[in-house]
Design a protein around this ligand. Structure first.
Ligand code: PLP
Length: 377
């Protein structure tokens, strides 16, 4: 079945012969047992709930995994994931990660004895040189947030296999519509489901997906023990959002290409970071491992004043955090999404007071360009 069809019919609609086309919201915390030692398959909603199970099957299907776990937020998913590791374990991570992930690693996981090294994971010799006997995993975002660095997932997975390391990929920006890391050698995929999967800027969610039965078992244990599961109504919103994932991803990318071209022609715009631009250093790797470039654009303007002017003047485009939804959003990574990354690291990575990040939505591209034109003028 094609991906587009699987977004809609990726899991059997087990609605007990009612004929309901939309999967029901099983708003029940607990489930009655038919008899002693018997279960309907559902006991308590922290462990499993029929609406959540449907969503998880769709996500596992789209990412080509054996199991997917739905969390209340992306950060809850990453927090649970980190419970796989113990004191002294060493993790190599992309230096340009979402700021909230860096905050978790540096303030919570480090305190619990996990050690991190950050680098540009597209630098494979350097990555290899950082591996030591305590190393347990390589954690990447590709493309990264907000600098759009691209890492070759296949190459990283080949290095990881030599040393028996887990490869973990945050696939929030491209979604399984454009990129399926498990098929490229990754072991675990992460999503902030809040973003493209949900698609409408109306709910928070997170996912872990794996194609390994032993990892699924470990993660399920952590999941039922720590308990940050996604509520039935939010699962239903995700199921609904995913039905249109394919068409949204296509159209948002089409809009992003037009906007990236427009921004590149603007005098006040100094650099445009969009992986679909021919001069983007990651374009060739991107074409090898993904079928599209997504719709995230970062761009640097000439001065801090211009950056502030754009944020204050946009009207159709909303000055708000988050990404991946129907509405086009613009953020200021320096003081918003990446505020908790140490200042020298931010500057070294190019996250300065002139950098803006835009998530291109589903409005008409010309309307968005008009808005940017007046904001930049
Ligand atoms: C790439 C990426 N991963 C993870 C997260 C965290 O997800 P959430 O906000 O759903 O907790 C975000 C949030 O912006 C993100 O952009």
């Amino acid at each position: 079945m094609d991906f587009t069809t699987r977004c809609i019919h990726g899991a059997a609609n087990n609605t007990h012969n009612t004929g309901a086309v939309s999967v029901p919201i099983y708003q029940s915390a607990t489930f009655a047992h038919p008899g002693i030692g018997q279960s309907t398959g559902y006991d308590y909603s922290r462990l499993q709930n029929p609406t959540r199970e449907h969503l998880e099957k769709v996500i596992a299907n789209l990412e080509e995994g054996v199991d997917a776990l739905a969390f209340s937020t992306g950060m809850a998913a990453i927090t649970a994931l980190m419970e796989l590791f113990s004191i002294g374990d060493h993790i190599i991570a992309s230096e340009d990660l979402y700021g909230g992930t860096v905050r978790l690693f540096d303030n919570i996981n480090k305190k619990n004895g996990i050690v991190f090294d950050y680098l540009d994971t597209s630098d494979l010799p350097k990555l290899r040189s950082l591996i030591r006997k305590e190393t347990k995993a390589i954690y990447i975002e590709t493309p990264t947030n907000p600098m759009m660095q691209v890492t070759d997932i296949r190459e990283v997975a080949a290095i990881a296999r030599e040393h028996n390391l887990l490869v973990i990929v945050d696939n929030t920006f491209l979604t399984p519509y454009f990129q399926r890391p498990l098929t490229l050698g990754a072991d675990i995929v992460i999503h902030s489901g809040t973003k493209y999967l949900s698609g409408h800027n109306d709910t928070l969610a997170g996912f872990l997906v794996t194609n390994k039965a032993d990892l699924s078992e470990k993660l399920r244990f952590i999941y039922k023990t720590t308990g940050a599961c996604l509520a039935p109504f939010d699962c239903w919103l995700l199921i609904r959002g995913i039905k249109t994932l394919a068409v949204r991803m296509e159209r948002q990318e089409e809009n992003a290409k037009k906007i990236a071209a427009f921004l590149s022609s603007q005098e006040k715009v100094r650099k445009v970071y969009f992986i679909g631009l021919p001069d983007h250093p990651g374009i060739d790797i991107s074409k090898k491992q993904a079928t599209g470039f997504g719709s995230m654009i970062s761009f640097e303007v000439d001065t801090e004043d211009t950056a502030k002017q754009v944020l204050e003047r946009v009207s159709l485009i909303l000055f708000a955090e988050s990404l991946g939804g129907t509405e086009t959003l613009i953020t200021y990574p320096m003081i918003q999404t990446h505020a908790d990354v140490p200042i020298n690291e931010r500057l070294q990575r190019g996250i300065n007071e002139r950098l803006l990040r835009m998530s291109v939505g589903l409005e008409d591209a010309d309307d968005l360009i008009e808005d940017l034109k007046q904001a930049l003028s």
